[in-house]
Design a protein around this ligand. Structure first.
Ligand SMILES: CC(C)(COP(=O)(O)OP(=O)(O)OC[C@H]1O[C@@H](n2cnc3c(N)ncnc32)[C@H](O)[C@@H]1OP(=O)(O)O)[C@@H](O)C(=O)NCCC(=O)NCCS
Length: 146
């Protein structure tokens, strides 16, 4: 939650609150992964978490719901490592596909493309900012041959 509170731009309302996170985790098909500042896997037992992902699997498809690195730890490769761990674990868990939705022009798109995600859909003007402007939502997927 500490990373959640600082990682997402407030204007898009993308961050989840504690209740939303705990409700999702109680459903049983959601999972999360944490990464420490030094890139090691973090099980919530270290003093500081640098980033996290949260995802939801339905049958053999898994959606990346949340993915963030705290601002002070960005551009050091942690996002790349954490995304790689999500993808590898999804494949190891038998998923045939992972997918996500992102704001057009989110720099995260560079990272998704580098891991082989491709654009599969568009929701025009899906996100609204406080100043009234609109931003498209882009759906992306990565399929596994297994
Ligand atoms: C997206 C995010 C997780 C990336 O985390 P990160 O740890 O900074 O990512 P990395 O350091 O592994 O970056 C890997 C590559 O992605 C690209 N990249 C990452 N952030 C970028 C930015 N702000 N601008 C341009 N390219 C960027 C670069 O190619 C980078 O490689 P480089 O640093 O060698 O140039 C982080 O910026 C974040 O938490 N953003 C806010 C939350 C968010 O939008 N999440 C995604 C929701 S869809």
């Amino acid at each position: 939650m500490a990373v959640m509170e600082v990682a997402f731009p407030a204007e898009f309302g993308e961050a989840w609150n504690r209740r939303q996170v705990s409700d999702a985790l109680l459903m049983g098909n959601c999972r999360y992964g944490l990464i420490g500042p030094d890139g090691t896997e973090d099980y919530g037992d270290t003093t500081e978490t640098a980033g996290f992902f949260m995802s939801r699997a339905v049958l053999d498809e898994e959606e990346l719901l949340l993915f963030a690195i705290a601002p002070q730890y960005r551009r050091r490769g942690l996002g790349n490592v954490l995304l790689g761990r999500f993808i590898d674990s999804a494949r190891a868990n038998g998923m045939s596909r992972v997918f996500l939705e992102m704001r057009r022009n989110n720099p995260a798109g560079f990272l998704y493309a580098a891991h082989g995600f491709r654009e599969i859909g568009l929701r025009p003007a899906y996100y609204r900012t406080p100043d009234g402007s609109r931003i498209d939502a882009i759906s992306q997927e990565l399929t596994f041959d297994n």
